[in-house]
Ligand binder design. Sequence first.
Ligand SMILES: Nc1ncnc2c1ncn2[C@@H]1O[C@H](COP(=O)(O)OP(=O)(O)O)[C@@H](O)[C@H]1O
Ligand SMILES: [Mg+2]
Length: 375
Amino acid sequence: MATVTFDKATRIYPGSDKPAVDQLDIQTEDGEFLVLVGPSGCGKSTSLRMLAGLEDVNGGAIRIGDRDVTHLPPKDRDIAMVFQNYALYPHMTVADNMGFALKIAGVNKSEIRKKVEEAAKILDLTEYLDRKPKALSGGQRQRVAMGRAIVREPQVFLMDEPLSNLDAKLRVSTRTQIASLQRRLGITTVYVTHDQVEAMTMGDRVAVLKDGLLQQVDSPRNMYDRPANLFVAGFIGSPAMNLVEVPITDGGVRFGNSVVPVSREALSAAADKGDTTVTVGVRPEHFDVVEHGGAETRTLSKDAPAGLAVSVNVVEELGADGYVYGSAQVGGEHKDLVVRVGGRSVPEKGSELHVVPRPGEIHVFSTTTGERLSD
Ligand SMILES: Nc1ncnc2c1ncn2[C@@H]1O[C@H](COP(=O)(O)OP(=O)(O)O)[C@@H](O)[C@H]1O
Ligand SMILES: [Mg+2]
């Protein structure tokens, strides 16, 4: 087992002047499951390939444990990688596929057989050891690819979107299997995905990348509760956080007909930048639907209902709860909003709701820089 350190690691592809990965700074703990997540092209695979030794590092360093591996060839790094397309040898049996790296390394036959059988047991592949990959389902092939990594007993597992070839249902069950397997083996793992749900459900910690730049590294809980900037706020969570630009007023922000309290620090941080608005983030589950104008928040006009009027465009009923997709007038603009409601109080399409963000559950960001202002 070992830690993995990206120490200001930078990759600039030949012919490009912009780094694909720009001074990436992350340190994993021993045995940690770290997920790199971000939209396509943000530099996830490049980061992983730098760690694997498949891509040159143009600045900074990469360490595994105390070893500086920045310029070591892949075979000397003591890592095993699972790729998106599994890359199984079609003419070899499952057992031979799983044991191939050990055979190349000169491990004797009985030792290989023992390791392959152990891994097969863990992965529920014992009865398929003599089959060829084409006689396996997608999920089984994925497990063979995992098995090939496990038999090598590496210090670090690297996985690049290993579930993307599976159908939606299998993806969900396999992600649980991989996460629990990793916990059982305790091998430090760096896992790449573009799917934020996968990232949030699998990772001990999640690192969000955008345009080659690290945005935030945090536990899934902190990432959800305290996104560091507007990008992370919009990227993590499904349905996404509602982000609305609103005017600053005395002691808070104006949200429709209500004033929602915001910490003094956040407001003065915005004022210091000369901003008259902030961007407020509210998760769909953090709106209160106001029934009869009896909100606890301060209203601006006594004659109008509290909060923000949302006209209901689409309702998604999920049984336990439901999502209202609506639109509202905010700051003279038409804005789409998503509001979670209880499963027994789902409004009708075409009706109007009045919503107020729950005090203490709103996120405040600078409209100009995107950075988080509230604590
Ligand atoms: N071999 C390459 N040569 C030049 N540019 C590349 C190469 N591989 C990736 N890139 C560029 O580097 C950026 C990051 O790519 P990549 O790490 O594959 O992103 P991700 O895995 O997050 O989708 C992208 O802009 C991509 O076009
Ligand atoms: Mg990729």
